[in-house]
Design a binder for this molecule. Sequence first.
Ligand code: AMP
Length: 477
Amino acid sequence: MAPRFFNTLTRSVEEFVPLDPAGRQVGLYCCGPTVYDFAHIGNWRTFVFADLVRRTLEFAGFTVRHVMNITDVEDKIIRRVRETGTPLREFTARYEAAFFEDMQTLHCLRPHVTPRATEHIADILALIEKLMQQGFAYRAADGSVYFSIEKYRAAGRSYGRLVRLNLEQLRPGERVRSDEYAKEAVADFALWKARAPEDGEVFWPSPWGEGRPGWHIEGSAMSMKWLGPSFDLHLGGEDLIFPHHEDEIAQSEGATGQPFVKYWLHGAHLLVEGAKMSKSLGNFFTLRDLLAKGFTGREVRYALMQAHYRETCNFTLEGLSGARTALGRIDECLDKLREAASAAASGTVASAGADEDFSAPYLARFGAALEDDLNISAAWAAVFDWVREANRRLAAGAVSAAGARAALAAWTKMDSVLGLGGREEPPPPPEIVALLEARQAARRAKDFARADALRAELKAKGWLVEDTPRGPKLKRA
Ligand code: AMP
């Protein structure tokens, strides 16, 4: 069965047929992070969703080329660069590195290409130049270059493909300079923003004067550079449908005259404890905040994969504790299967009548569920029914060596999509890290009595200190 996805462009679930005539290669683009802060778990819901789409396609036998841009110049970044007085690259490098670290903690496969906007200025300028030549872009009096929706529509192109817009209200020549604007503010949007005093040192030369790219053109330039003018899948959170993705379609198709993207997939937002995340409500979490509370990346990944991607996901700390219990059930079952596989391999006679491959129907259910527009609840149901069945058979001694090996192989396939991996130790809580750091400071000061007292205190709290050539390491007692 071919995978099926809900395409925002057609507002329906469609069979996935790649553009590749051989039906194998798939181009997938997901809008990446704006590196002005640590990504929050809402952002991570979207990136885990993109990871799930990629892994599902690979599970189905496609070869995916996954591209995800790094937005390292836009309005919010410039504001923070100004506020912190840090050079642009130095400022964004910190959050970009943190992003890739978090990506690894959450077991997301690293995209094959992760282009930075600031390294694609030439491609962006070439694209704007094409739009100028087509007559869809114009330089305004302030030196900025805008996309003309009126000219685009007059050429028979359609603006408002992903969302229904009230274009009656469109006033020719009305402009928005800001990267993010409301649906009601539909107006010509900036492709190139003329250098303003508040931009500080963030500017590049261009045929239209010094300035910087608008956010929307960055996406068009980088996706087409790495995947070609037409590619299969474009993903992002639902907040990006308008204006970002609508503008990407207009810029790309306006410049190339070819269809830009075949399938647009959008993930719904994440709420925390039923509310929109906000610092003032105290429900704003980065991944790092959750690790500091003693959760693992694997548990957070599990929790982020509970709801269907088109449904709002309500993230709760209680749900995250539930993730630990659920993962424990899977881990225990895998331990027993490994035991059964090695016990039988070392000569134990398999029980008579054992089913060689009882896992196959569960694996088939799992694959079918995911290929049905990523029906994750049905996929989890297949996983836990399989765990129950394996436990029942193990308890009855009805799992042969071949059955245990086949079950473990089935799990490897399921986990190639789920990406949970093996058990993970939660990181030591900040209080424990602080005690270890205090012990290090005491040792450096040659206050060995205090260092020993701190080691004893750590032990009393359940942590052992091991001094290694690369520094001290904490182990649970
Ligand atoms: P940004 O770093 O702001 O460009 O956002 C990165 C990705 O996170 C985009 O695809 C957004 O749509 C997505 N996103 C932002 N907030 C949330 C949220 N609360 N839940 C899910 N996705 C989100």
